[in-house]
Design a protein around this ligand. Structure first.
Ligand SMILES: Nc1ncnc2c1ncn2[C@@H]1O[C@H](COP(=O)(O)OP(=O)(O)OP(=O)(O)O)[C@@H](O)[C@H]1O
Ligand SMILES: NC(=O)c1ccc[n+]([C@@H]2O[C@H](COP(=O)(O)O)[C@@H](O)[C@H]2O)c1
Ligand SMILES: [Zn+2]
Length: 272
């Protein structure tokens, strides 16, 4: 199948990125290679979506810093970008709603492109960038994650079952192996994941790279080097703004994650 006749695909990674590490960027490269090797897909874009501050994870520094660091790190990529939409919402947004947002955005862009091709002239409000990828069929959007993320689907009150269903049924998952996690086992233990396993791509990383953002923050707090684990531009940004300190590490200490607060209540939210 030629690249042209393949299904265009966008990869979306949601997470704290506190801070972005080289491994976060590797996830995209590994996923793209894997999907291209299936012979069915052409990956046209990668989107990294740093979580909202209201997620309340321990040590989570302000989103403006996490977005700025991710932008610096991704300057060397010609296909992955950071999208601040999720981080700019008033509160934390459930991941399925982030997927819906980006899906609607790709739909809007496609309609715009079709109009453009029909009229052969730019429409109002256009940017050159918005026309950069030349697909004319609706791309698929898949959630990109590490194997530990898949494991969290089993945590009580963290995810709504109907959301997990929508993610694996409507969108799909690309999951990269991570030491200590066995994604094939999580799938086999879940009736829902087993039902939609054809839409879950498991990617084995043979060159294991156990970088963790938490360990990076700990090293920074102790004044240790994180060179070659995080891009130099990010290291300079962290030093310049003195982002990771013992004080920043205490942020949200003892707080419940926002999804646990929301899903623990018996009253369901109105904006489902
Ligand atoms: N070394 C890794 N191997 C595979 N997946 C990873 C790795 N590091 C991060 N990921 C994935 O990247 C996404 C974002 O993760 P996150 O921002 O939590 O980074 P992290 O390194 O896991 O940070 P933390 O240690 O704070 O949890 C998640 O889907 C996570 O599974
Ligand atoms: N119910 C949900 O939609 C839900 C629950 C828990 C985490 N998440 C998302 O998963 C990601 C987890 O990030 P961390 O691995 O950094 O904690 C975040 O983007 C967060 O918003 C979503
Ligand atoms: Zn993590």
């Amino acid at each position: 199948m030629s690249m042209k006749s393949r299904i265009p695909l966008i990869l979306l990674a949601c997470g704290s990125f506190n801070p972005i590490t080289n491994m976060h960027m590797r996830l995209f490269e590994l996923a793209r290679d894997h999907l291209h090797q299936t012979g069915r897909y052409q990956v046209i874009e990668g989107i990294m979506s740093p979580v909202n501050d209201d997620y309340r994870k321990k040590g989570l520094v302000p989103a403006r810093h996490r977005v700025a660091m991710a932008k610096l790190a991704l300057e060397t990529s010609d296909w992955i970008r950071v999208d601040p939409w999720e981080s700019e919402q008033e509160t934390w947004t459930e991941t399925v709603k982030v997927l819906r947002h980006h899906y609607n955005e790709s739909l809007r862009l496609l309609q715009y492109k079709k109009e453009f091709i029909k009229n052969k002239q730019p429409l109002e409000g256009s940017t050159e960038n918005s026309l950069s990828s030349h697909y004319t069929v609706l791309p698929e959007l898949k959630l990109l994650c590490g194997a530990d993320f898949l494991q969290t689907f089993q945590t009580p009150n963290l995810w709504k079952k109907e959301h997990v269903k929508e993610i694996v049924e409507k969108f799909g998952l690309v999951c990269i192996s991570r030491a200590g996690s066995d994604p094939a086992q999580y799938i086999s233990e879940s009736e829902l994941l087993t039902k939609f396993h054809h839409n879950i791509f498991l990617v084995k990383e043979w060159i294991q790279n156990e970088i963790s953002a938490t360990q990076i923050r700990y090293a920074l707090c102790r004044g240790l080097s994180v060179k070659y684990l995080v891009p130099d531009s990010v290291i300079s940004y962290i030093a310049h703004h003195n982002i990771y300190t013992e004080e920043s590490e205490r942020k949200n200490e003892g707080d419940l994650l926002q999804p646990l607060r929301l899903h623990n209540t018996t009253v369901s939210p109105l904006n489902d």
